[in-house]
Design a protein around this ligand. Structure first.
Ligand SMILES: NC(=O)c1ccc[n+]([C@@H]2O[C@H](COP(=O)([O-])OP(=O)(O)OC[C@H]3O[C@@H](n4cnc5c(N)ncnc54)[C@H](OP(=O)(O)O)[C@@H]3O)[C@@H](O)[C@H]2O)c1
Length: 287
């Protein structure tokens, strides 16, 4: 890899490791002050292999920072009522500090109802209506993990956000919308694009910062990129492929996240770190 290449790549793996190292210190402080160990509960419904892998990875990262994790695995035929009941029990359990419902749940589940059962105090992935509302107000305790991880990465690489034009492609409640809220809060001028947007390439060409959160492999083309733009690829598609045509975009970008090793590791590190923060809030520890 040439120096030029290295200079352009945003290393999400290394940045995530720094977040986790700092988190491990927080966990030690919490344990020392309370005698209790922070715990993240993950809830997986069904047997999607990719989701099962993500959940296991989250459990391993918890252990790596000295935190506990509780893995709840429910059969694919679980009803919304049963899922809400289980999540409500976790929400009432004083030994659980954060709850993550692995997305997507099977299509018969009312995912919104399940997310709301988490409640704002343990919503370490920013999925509740309260959490998202707080993000738009700029008063969130916990941001949605993928956009919050992207913001950490932008800060880590000293990317100027204030006054810049950020184009977010995607408007999902877990990614595009909270991403736009966070960029707006950081004083970017934000354009949100989606499947009904016309002239998408022309809009992306105006962007100083592009956030791709579409879920379509190699969707963002190289000739859409303004010279010097910063490209954050949140996409994670089959075969480890992002939403940006990396090779075509690379020459135009000043900074770009690879897939894998860019946004993905930041998401998990943010989740773990926000769980430690939730434990500190709940148990009255000043970090
Ligand atoms: N790295 C991580 O940790 C992480 C975490 C979560 C998600 N992801 C990845 O991020 C990507 C997006 O995830 P998501 O959950 O936000 O997906 P999603 O819920 O499917 O949302 C996709 C968004 O893309 C928009 N879109 C679809 N086709 C488009 C087009 N032709 N032009 C412009 N916009 C278009 C959709 O618009 P409409 O609203 O109009 O349908 C929608 O808003 C996926 O690749 C996912 O795997 C990664």
């Amino acid at each position: 890899m040439t120096t030029d290449t290295q200079n352009k790549l945003m290393d999400g793996k290394a940045t995530a490791q720094r977040v986790l190292d700092a988190c491990a210190q927080k966990v030690q402080t919490i344990i020392a002050q309370t005698g209790k160990t922070p715990c993240l509960a993950t809830v997986l419904v069904g047997n999607d292999p990719a989701s099962a892998t993500y959940v296991k990875m989250k459990g391993r990262r918890c252990e790596a920072v000295g935190m506990k994790s509780l893995r709840i695995e429910l059969p694919a035929e679980t009803t919304t009522e049963q899922l809400v009941q289980k999540i409500s029990e976790l929400a009432a359990d004083l030994n659980i500090n954060g709850i993550l419902l692995q997305h997507p749940a099977p299509s018969h589940i009312d995912e919104r109802a399940a997310f709301e059962a988490i409640g704002p105090d343990k919503d370490v992935d920013g999925v509740t209506a309260t959490g998202l509302g707080q993000m738009w107000l700029g008063i969130a305790k916990f941001g949605s993990c993928t956009p919050a991880g992207i913001m950490t990465l932008l800060r880590e690489y000293n990317v100027e956000i204030s006054g810049k034009h950020a184009v977010v492609i995607g408007r999902s409640p877990i990614l595009g919308k909270p991403m736009a809220a966070m960029l707006l809060d950081a004083n970017a001028t934000v354009t949100i694009c989606h499947s009904r947007t016309t002239n998408l390439p022309d809009i992306v060409k105006q962007a100083d910062i592009v956030i791709a959160a579409v879920g379509k492999p190699n969707f963002v083309q190289g000739d859409w990129i303004k010279p010097g733009a910063v490209i954050m690829d949140a996409g994670y598609n089959e075969g480890n492929v992002g939403d940006v045509d990396f090779d075509a975009a690379f020459p135009h970008a000043s900074l770009i996240t690879p897939v894998p090793g860019g946004v993905g590791p930041m998401t998990i590190a943010t989740l773990i770190d926000q769980t430690a923060d939730a434990a500190a809030n709940q148990w009255g520890v000043n970090l």
